[in-house]
Design a protein around this ligand. Structure first.
Ligand code: GDP
Length: 451
């Protein structure tokens, strides 16, 4: 842990400047060995120093060297950053000299890992660092910054504090049951305090989901039996959107058939080719494939033909749809209606004609309102981005629910206390109050080299 690490922090390639970052006890003395200029050992902290990088007597490059002494640095260790000319050859040569003179090549994310281990940032803030680097839109940049700045971590810390107060009250009651001045914690009060915390957790979970929508978009599956007009609807949606994003690293492109930008939120239309494969059997809708897509998608657009009656297969799929979320599109309204929709009245229904390009705006409006798209773009969200943190938040909530359940079942208070303590610990794990080495190694290895 205490060895001095070095890595190229800028993207490796042709560029005006490259930055090589060094962190650890020896960073100043190692760079000093290959630097010709002022003695770096004696320069003030947080200073930028002009000079040359040399290999024995040979000048390699003209550079600026930033010296930042512990503890006010990103890793809380001594950090030196060498600004050299960009380009692969010079940058690699400087790095090579550092390695020869006693640095070890940093692992991916190792600077951020040290920042965490030395208490400079917590795990939610570390997620924020990664999200900020990966942010592609203004909205996702905003979200990442609020994670990075500690706002989200503070909310978690506040919840933990509230739990501590509940636990303290319980302890007082256990330790001094006969002490009359101390307010007796009634079971009712514990329940209501826990419920208030659970409400806050639910809000965080909801907002994290909205954050996910901002960062990753909404997975949409267009399903329906052959020839109802699925491809026509997709094409109409795609044609209308002139700003089709063609390259979105990180999204599951292999299954995405089309990408639409709806007021800044990305809709990833999932490929339903599998369903079309069965079109030789005209009435077969590919029920199993549809069910799989229903499982995978955030939103289903289920297409019916206005000119046709609803088949049994279609009814079977409709039963699996989510009434609050999914949309039934009745296509081909330019043709005679043979469709009885009385059984569908609880659903969001949009009537369109893909052929005549009518009703498409209404379809977009319904999608926007289902996901509250206009609002989420402008909200100040609490965003937990990693599956790990969300799972822990849910775990903490379950533990509180279990504590409430135990109280209602008149279980002894120390049993209740165990669940409440567990929920406090789960929240602590989110920010990394307690952690396992393996988890930390795995987490930081997802970072890029030099970060
Ligand atoms: P898919 O198999 O569900 O993808 O259906 P397609 O999009 O390939 O459409 C099947 C047929 O229906 C094509 O001949 C389309 O031109 C036609 N079609 C699609 N939408 C409409 C519509 O709104 N009205 C009419 N009359 N025909 C349509």
């Amino acid at each position: 842990m205490n060895d001095t690490i070095a890595a190229i922090s800028t993207a490796l390639g042709i560029g005006a400047v490259s930055i090589i970052r060094i962190s650890g006890d020896q960073s100043i003395s190692i760079v000093d060995k290959i630097f010709k200029g002022k003695s770096l050992i004696n320069v003030p902290t947080h200073s930028i120093n002009y000079g040359h990088i040399v290999d024995s007597d040979k000048v390699i490059d003209e550079v600026l060297v930033s010296v930042m002494k512990s503890p006010k640095t990103f890793t809380r260790e001594d950090i030196v950053e060498i600004n050299c000319h960009g380009g692969i050859a010079t940058t690699n040569k400087v790095l090579e000299l550092l390695l020869i003179n006693g640095c070890r090549l940093a692992e991916p994310g190792e600077f951020t890992k040290r920042a965490f281990l030395n208490g400079r940032i917590d795990l939610v803030e570390a997620d924020g660092v990664m999200n900020l680097i990966n942010a592609k839109t203004e909205a996702s940049r905003n979200l990442a910054y609020s994670q990075l700045s500690g706002k989200v971590s503070n909310l978690i810390k506040n919840l933990r504090q509230e739990i501590i107060e509940i636990l303290a009250n319980i302890e007082v009651n256990i330790d001094y049951p006969e002490y009359e001045d101390i307010e007796e914690v009634t079971n009712q009060k514990i329940i209501s305090n826990l419920e208030t915390i659970i409400e806050k957790i639910n809000k965080m979970l909801q907002e994290s989901n909205n954050g996910k929508i901002i960062n990753e978009g909404i997975k949409v599956g267009i399903i329906g039996k052959p020839n109802v007009g699925k491809s026509s609807i997709l094409n109409t949606l795609l044609e209308e959107d002139k700003a089709i994003v063609t390259d979105m690293p990180g999204t599951t492109r292999d299954i995405v058939e089309g990408i639409i930008n709806l007021d800044g939120i990305i809709l990833n239309i999932i490929d339903t080719a599998g369903i079309r494969d069965t079109s030789d059997i005209v009435e077969q809708i590919g029920v199993n494939k549809s069910l799989k897509i229903i499982d995978e998608a955030d939103l289903i657009i289920f297409v019916l033909n206005n000119n046709d009656e609803i088949s049994e297969d279609e009814m079977n799929i409709i039963k699996k749809l989510n009434k609050e979320r999914d949309i039934i599109v009745i296509n081909k309204i330019d043709l005679e209606s043979n469709l009885d929709i009385t059984s569908l009245k609880d659903f969001n229904i949009v009537k369109i004609s893909a052929l005549k390009n009518s009703g498409i705006d209404e379809l977009k409006d319904v999608i926007k309102s289902v996901f509250n798209i206009e609002a989420i773009g402008s909200l100040d969200l609490t965003y937990l981005s990693s599956a790990r943190s969300i799972a822990l938040l849910n775990k903490s909530k379950e533990e509180m629910l279990s504590a409430i359940e135990s109280i209602k079942n008149n279980m002894p208070i120390d049993i209740v206390e165990i669940d409440i303590k567990a929920s406090w610990e789960s929240l602590g794990e989110i920010i990394g109050e307690t952690y396992q080495d393996e988890l930390i190694n795995q987490l930081f290895s997802q970072f890029c080299l030099g970060k």
